[in-house]
Design a protein around this ligand. Structure first.
Ligand code: CO
Ligand code: CO
Length: 316
């Protein structure tokens, strides 16, 4: 990205510099476009389920900005010599399931021949510029909320290794196919200004980036972080994705871990998520209402004082 010309239009409200989930481009005082693109390799065996996961994951970046998706374009890589085209059709049906549920339409796309299948969407939506949720929007003293359990990376790694049982797969699929639309609306309604979705860099990576961009420090309380049971069991059996190790290595310099927190727990916080939940922060007075409105959400930590430098502390 550093080799690209700098984008500095006055209408570019959110660009690449802050590592946000999507770009935001102003149309007028009350409307802006949100644009994002994301695609993934297969994480489950069933094509239609993979399509649902890919679409839920792609549109999540619009919700993470506080936006509403309007339309999307498919992006697909397909091994046409070795995989039946009907399977790609099944995957498309899965994308369609999500588009219908989320209220956006698929208006086109592009497929290339690719030995490793890939699937995703470029999604366009609208956001009110006065109410968007950015990486730089955390405020001192707020409470951090996470809307889905962690552990998806551990389970999808186990699937690839043939070590995940049916229950583990079902638990991960349930999480990966849950839209972040309601979470986004609740976050905005309850006064959040900072949010992201927890995806490839894990809770520590995405949380740390928000802390840096917001000029604050964060603390996570491991005791209250929701984690899929199957992921804990598989991690204990030695299953952990390589991407999680890379995530840990990239955050270790800005991390302070209390001695009461185990190395396994720190790994779970660095586990890369496919189609993970929203991480956002609200004032203490709004927490009870958020938890009532979002059954799967949990308080996972706090935003420190306004003089932070992006350090992340983990306590039990
Ligand atoms: Co994102
Ligand atoms: Co993304």
């Amino acid at each position: 990205m550093g080799r690209l010309p700098i984008a500095n239009s006055p209408d570019l409200l959110v660009g690449a510099a802050t590592g946000d989930d999507a770009a935001v481009w102003r149309i007028d005082d009350t409307r802006a476009l949100v644009a994002t693109v994301d695609f993934i390799t297969p994480v489950v065996d069933d094509a239609r389920t993979w399509g649902r996961i890919a679409a839920t994951n792609s549109v999540s970046d619009v919700y993470a900005m506080g936006g509403t998706p309007v339309f999307a374009l498919n992006i697909a890589g397909w091994a046409r010599d070795t995989l039946p085209l009907e399977l790609l059709g099944d995957a498309m049906a899965g994308i369609g399931d999500v588009a219908t549920a989320a209220g956006f339409v698929i208006v086109g796309g592009h497929t290339i021949d690719d030995p490793e299948p890939k699937l995703g969407l470029a999604v366009i939506g609208f956001v009110d510029p006065a109410r968007m949720l950015t990486n730089a929007g955390l405020r001192a003293g707020q409470v951090l909320i996470l809307t889905k359990p962690l552990g998806i990376g551990v389970i999808t790694t186990a699937i690839k290794q043939g070590r995940a049982d049916e229950g583990a797969v079902a638990a991960a699929v349930e999480v990966m196919t849950t839209l972040n639309d309601v979470a986004s609306r609740v976050a905005i309604a309850r006064g959040a200004t900072g949010a992201t979705d927890v995806t490839g860099f894990g809770l520590l990576g995405h949380g740390g980036r928000m802390a840096r961009e917001s000029g604050v420090d964060l603390s996570f309380s491991m005791r209250t972080v929701p984690v899929l049971d199957a992921a804990r069991r598989l991690l204990a059996d030695g299953v952990f994705p390589g991407g999680g190790e890379r995530n840990l290595a990239s955050v270790v310099d800005s991390l302070d871990v209390d001695s009461s927190v185990s190395p396994e727990d720190v790994r779970l916080l660095a586990d890369p998520q496919t189609s993970g939940g929203l991480l956002f922060a609200v004032d203490e007075s709004s927490v009870d209402q958020v938890l009532r409105e979002l059954a799967s959400a949990a308080v996972v930590g706090r935003v420190g004082t306004a003089t932070g430098t992006g350090r992340v502390r983990i306590t039990w």
